[in-house]
Design a binder for this molecule. Structure first.
Ligand SMILES: NC(=O)C1=CN([C@@H]2O[C@H](COP(=O)(O)OP(=O)(O)OC[C@H]3O[C@@H](n4cnc5c(N)ncnc54)[C@H](O)[C@@H]3O)[C@@H](O)[C@H]2O)C=CC1
Ligand code: BAL
Length: 503
C-alpha cells in the first residue's frame, strides 16, 4: 500500500501510502466497494499511481473513529495548551518536508514546485501556527444577571465531528485552512480530499501521526465526491461539514445537511470576480495585479479576477500593457524553474476551459492573446484575453477556472459598480485608483466578501475570507473561522434565588 513516485529531473522518489488513513493507520477499504482512484500528472497526462477510494461504509468507519477520539482523547479531554503544542509540531514537520510536499503537489496538481513550496506550503505552515496561537486563547463570557444571586457563563465547546471536503486547486492550503481552526477548538476531522489530487493529503496524514495527534483526530478518506463527499454531507453522526468547491456541489451539500441531521454547513464556493481599473490608476502596477489576478494558479482560483473593467479613457493603452505582461508569464512544467504557472489540473478541467474559449470566440469577443491549443502533451492552456465583451456572454457570466480573462469598458464610476455587481457571485473584487475617496466609495459599493484596493489576490491568515451571495456561507481564516467550529453552551447558575411554588 506504499508506492514510490519518481521525482522528475532527479534520481529520487517520494513514497506515498495509498490506503485510507483512519485511526492513525493506513488501511484498506472495509468492503472494497469502490474502484481505486487513478491519480494523474497533468503535465504529462500519465497515471502516477492509484489510491484506495473510500466507500460509504469506510466513511462510517472514519466517522466512528473521529467520534471516539472526540469523546476520549480530544474534544473536551485535551487542553488548549496541548492542542497548540501539537498543531505547532505539525507545522514544524510540514516546514521540514516542504520541498518533498511541494514536489508531490506539483506532480499531482501541476503547479510549479517553487510556488507550492514558497506560497501554498509557506502560507499553510503560517495558518497552522496562527491557529495554534488561538488554541489556548478561546474564551467564553461571564454575563451578569443578578450579582447577588445569579450569573450566566458561556463555554465555547468544539462543535464535534467535522467532515471537511476540499478541492484540487490548492490541495495543501485548503487542507490547512480547514484542519487548523477545527483542531484549535478541539474538533475531530474526517477529511475528504479531491479525488483528482489526493496525494498530498495522504502525505500530510503521515505527519499527523508523527506529530503525535491521538488516533482518530484527523482521518483522511480519498473518495469520489458522489460517494464519500455525499456520505459525509448526509451522515447522521457528522456535526459540521466544511466545503470548498463549486456552487453546484455546495448546494447539494446544503440539501444533504438539511435532510439528514441539520449539521452546520460552511461553504466557500465559486466566483466571477470583477477587477476595475480607473483612469487615475498607476497603469503599470494595475496591469501587474490584473495579470496576477487572472493568471495565478493558472486561473484555477475561486477569487480569480476574471472580469476586468477598464475606464474608456485608458482602455486601449491598458489592454496593450496588460497583454505584454500576460505574455511574460511562463506557463510550463512545474519542475522547470522558469515556470510561473503550470497546466490546468485535469482532462476534465482542460475540456471545460476550452469549451469556454470556444464559446467566447463564437459569441464575438475579440481575442487579444492566446486562444490557441498547444500540440504537445499536458493540459496546458495559455493566457487568453478576450476584449470588448458584453454582459450576457457566457465567458462573462460563468466561472471558467482557467487563465481566461474577459475585458470590458466603462465610462462612469456608477457604470463600473453596476457592471461589477451584475453577478450571482460575491466572493471578491478589486479596484485600482489613486483617488482615495473613489477607493472608499467603490469598495463600499462592491458586493463581495473581499475587496482589494490597489492590489489583488493577496490573503493573510489573520484576515477573514469568504463569500456573499452565491459564493458561500461562513468565513475561513482570521478569528472568525474559529466560530465555524464552536458550539456555544450557556450555563445559567443560581446561587441565591429561591423559587416560590406554586407560581
Ligand atoms: N471555489 C473553489 O475553490 C473551487 C471551485 N471549483 C469550480 O467547480 C468547477 C468544477 O470542478 P469540480 O472538481 O467538479 O468541483 P466540485 O465542487 O465538484 O469538487 C470539489 C470537492 O467536492 C467534492 N464533491 C463533488 N460532488 C460532491 C457531492 N455530491 N457531495 C459532496 N462532495 C462532493 C469533490 O470530490 C471535491 O472534493 C471548476 O471548474 C470550478 O469552476 C472547483 C474547485 C474549487
Ligand atoms: N484563493 C483562495 C482559495 C481558493 O481558490 O479556493
Amino acid at each position: 500500500m506504499v508506492v514510490q513516485i519518481a521525482i522528475p529531473n532527479s534520481n529520487s522518489t517520494v513514497s506515498v501510502a495509498t490506503g485510507l488513513f483512519i485511526n492513525n493507520e493506513f488501511v484498506p477499504s472495509v468492503d472494497k466497494a469502490e474502484e481505486p482512484i487513478k491519480v494523474y500528472n497533468p503535465s504529462t497526462e500519465e497515471v502516477l499511481c492509484t489510491v484506495t477510494s473510500a466507500s460509504v461504509k469506510d466513511i462510517d468507519v472514519a466517522v466512528a473513529a473521529a467520534r471516539k477520539a472526540l469523546k476520549t482523547t480530544w474534544g473536551k479531554n485535551v487542553t488548549g495548551f496541548e492542542r497548540a503544542r501539537l498543531i505547532n509540531k505539525l507545522a514544524d514537520l510540514i516546514e521540514r518536508d516542504a520541498q518533498t510536499l511541494a514536489e508531490l503537489e506539483s506532480l499531482n496538481n501541476g503547479k510549479p514546485v517553487k510556488i507550492a513550496r514558497d506560497f501554498d506550503i509557506g502560507d499553510s505552515v503560517g495558518c497552522l501556527r496562527y491557529y495554534a496561537g488561538w488554541a489556548d486563547k478561546i474564551t467564553g463570557q461571564s454575563i451578569e444577571i443578578d450579582r447577588n444571586m445569579k450569573v450566566a457563563v458561556t463555554h465555547p465547546e468544539p462543535i464535534g465531528v467535522c467532515g471537511q471536503i476540499i478541492p484540487w486547486n490548492y490541495p495543501i492550503q485548503m487542507w490547512a485552512w480547514k484542519v487548523a481552526p477545527a483542531l484549535a477548538v478541539g474538533c475531530t476531522i474526517v477529511m475528504k480530499p479531491s479525488e483528482i489530487t489526493p496525494l498530498t493529503a495522504l502525505k500530510l496524514s503521515e505527519l499527523v501521526k508523527e506529530a503525535g495527534f491521538p488516533p482518530g483526530v484527523i482521518n483522511t478518506v480519498p473518495s469520489l465526491g458522489s460517494v464519500g463527499g455525499a456520505a459525509l454531507a448526509s451522515h447522521k453522526d457528522v456535526d459540521k461539514v466544511a466545503f470548498t468547491g463549486s456552487t453546484i456541489t455546495g448546494r447539494k451539500i446544503m440539501e444533504a445537511a438539511a435532510t439528514s441531521n441539520l449539521k452546520k454547513v460552511s461553504l466557500e464556493l465559486g466566483g466571477k470576480s470583477p477587477h476595475i481599473i480607473f483612469e487615475s490608476a498607476d497603469i503599470d502596477q494595475a496591469a501587474n495585479w490584473a495579470a496576477l489576478g487572472i493568471l495565478y494558479n493558472t486561473g484555477q482560483d475561486c477569487t480569480a479576477g476574471s472580469r476586468l473593467y477598464v475606464q474608456d479613457t485608458i482602455y486601449d493603452k491598458f489592454l496593450s500593457v496588460l497583454a505584454g505582461k500576460a505574455k511574460e508569464l511562463v506557463i510550463g512544467d512545474g519542475f522547470d524553474e522558469s515556470s510561473g504557472g503550470g497546466p490546468v489540473v485535469s482532462k476534465g478541467q482542460y475540456d471545460r476551459v476550452w469549451n469556454y474559449i470556444d464559446s467566447g470566440k463564437k459569441e464575438g469577443a475579440r481575442v487579444v492573446i492566446g486562444g490557441e491549443k498547444r500540440s504537445t502533451p499536458g493540459y496546458y492552456v495559455d493566457a487568453t484575453i478576450f476584449a470588448d465583451v458584453t454582459p450576457n456572454m457566457k465567458i462573462v457570466k460563468e466561472e471558467i477556472f482557467g487563465p481566461v480573462l474577459s475585458v470590458g469598458k466603462f465610462h462612469t464610476e456608477e457604470e463600473a459598480i453596476a457592471l461589477a455587481n451584475d453577478t450571482t457571485y460575491g466572493l471578491a473584487a478589486g479596484l485600482h485608483s489613486t483617488d482615495s475617496s473613489q477607493c472608499h466609495r467603490v469598495s463600499t459599493a462592491l458586493e463581495a466578501g473581499t475587496v482589494w484596493v490597489n492590489q489583488y489576490n493577496v490573503l493573510y491568515n489573520n484576515v477573514p475570507f469568504g463569500g456573499k451571495k452565491q459564493s458561500g456561507i461562513g468565513r475561513e481564516l482570521g478569528s472568525q473561522a474559529l466560530d465555524e467550529y464552536i458550539s456555544t453552551k450557556a450555563v445559567h447558575w443560581n446561587y441565591g434565588e429561591k423559587l416560590d411554588w406554586p407560581l
